[in-house]
Design a protein around this ligand. Structure first.
Ligand code: CP3
Length: 344
């Protein structure tokens, strides 16, 4: 089968004259149409579990901008909830979950294979999208990487330094590793089901990889992602995988091979020219414009977008931000970024 869609061509290792483009959090609060649909759903989680509305918000940025990929609308914290954690979102603050600090808390979790009933609305969203997306648009499924998901499950919320997860890792390593392993197994089931439902690519978000030092980075960020990648490749050899060990810095070098991923997403903490020499040698690179340009716009946005495209033009590249777009972004700046990537 020849990959025709631009995202799939880049993921297969092709160097394209114009990099395909999508954007992390492209369905989000910077878009008035997203806010309207979210209000219709009631709250964020109701939106995630309503297949028609979740598909609608996934399609909104495709209609408005014609991105080359759509990312399934869901959240990385649906997996802990499917494993039995309580989950809710506090407006203006972020997610809250029941915590895991003891063996007793862990023993209450469901087995990894038991997640599907809870997550079946997500699979339904994927099915709707694979019917409704334009022919040229690639559908990306996703999950959180085990370490990042564990940081939320252990702490019960987002934390600036992932302190509670680091503490459990130091104080009760077997329990910490059991939590990671449960998430790893559940993620294999979850992404495999997304692929069965029609996801053409899957992405692993390890948003907090950067806080792992030395061997911990290898053992708890890279290795669980490698395990998931190997299991998915065994079952779905033709489905490309993007891995995002955010904050890895110089440790991005060699991550394609270490994880077994087709593409490595880089954040804006590394320079695109450095990534061309040290990361793109391993395969496709995705990234890495600073999200703040979506707020400030102007000549800086244009210059920086051109510089990144130029730096990564000698190998396979998918243009993206270095992290998700923020709610204060101006939708016109997204248009300007796309025009700059496509028009020079
Ligand atoms: O990229 C996309 O458009 C796809 C959908 C998506 C969401 N979250 C929707 C969302 C994806 C891929 C995620 C990933 C996610 N979720 C991550 C990893 C990526 C990253 O940003 O580092 C993390 C850590 C989460 C957990 C999470 N979800 C937090 C910490 C928050 C609150 C922060 C905030 O922006 O309010 C969320 C909520 C969330 N997930 C929103 C969206 C659009 C905002 C919710 C709203 O509409 O109020």
């Amino acid at each position: 089968m020849t990959a025709q869609k631009t995202i799939l061509r880049a993921l297969a290792g092709e160097t394209l004259p114009t990099p395909p483009i999508w954007m992390m959090r492209q369905a989000g609060r910077y878009l008035p149409e997203y806010k309207a649909t979210r209000a219709q759903a009631g709250d964020f989680l109701s939106l995630c579990y309503n297949p028609d509305l979740a598909a609608e918000v996934t399609l909104q940025p495709i209609r408005r901008y014609g991105f080359d990929a759509a990312i399934l609308f869901a959240d990385i914290l649906l997996v802990p909830q499917a494993l039995g954690a309580d989950l809710w979102f506090v407006t203006g603050e972020g997610p809250r979950l029941s915590t895991i600090t003891s063996q007793g808390d862990f023993d209450k979790l469901k087995p990894a294979a038991a997640i599907h009933d809870h997550l079946s609305p997500v699979y339904e969203t994927v099915k709707i999208l694979s019917r409704e997306l334009p022919d040229e648009t690639t559908l990306i499924g996703f999950a959180g990487a085990p370490w990042t998901v564990a940081t939320y499950m252990i702490a019960g919320q987002g934390t600036p330094d992932q302190g509670p997860a680091h503490a459990l890792k130091a104080e009760n390593t077997p329990l910490f590793e059991a939590v990671l392993d449960r998430i790893t197994q559940a993620t294999i089931h979850y992404l495999s089901a997304q692929i069965d439902a029609g996801a053409e690519v899957v992405k692993l978000f390890d948003s907090w990889a950067g806080s792992l030092k030395d061997d911990d980075f290898i053992n708890y960020s890279i290795k669980p992602m490698a395990q998931i990648t190997a299991a998915l490749k065994a079952k779905h050899p033709d489905t490309p995988i993007i891995a995002f060990p955010r904050g890895a810095g110089e440790r991005y070098a060699g991550t394609h091979a270490a994880i077994g991923a087709d593409c490595i997403a880089i954040d804006d903490g590394v320079d695109a020219a450095w990534a061309a020499a040290n990361v793109q040698t391993g395969g496709c690179v995705q990234g890495n414009l600073k999200s703040s340009h979506m707020v400030t716009g102007g000549d800086d946005l244009i210059a920086e977008t051109r510089r990144i495209c130029q730096a990564l033009s000698k190998g396979p590249h998918i243009f993206n931000l270095g992290h998700g777009i923020t709610p204060d972004a101006d939708p016109d700046n997204v248009q300007l970024m796309i025009e700059t990537v496509r028009g020079g």
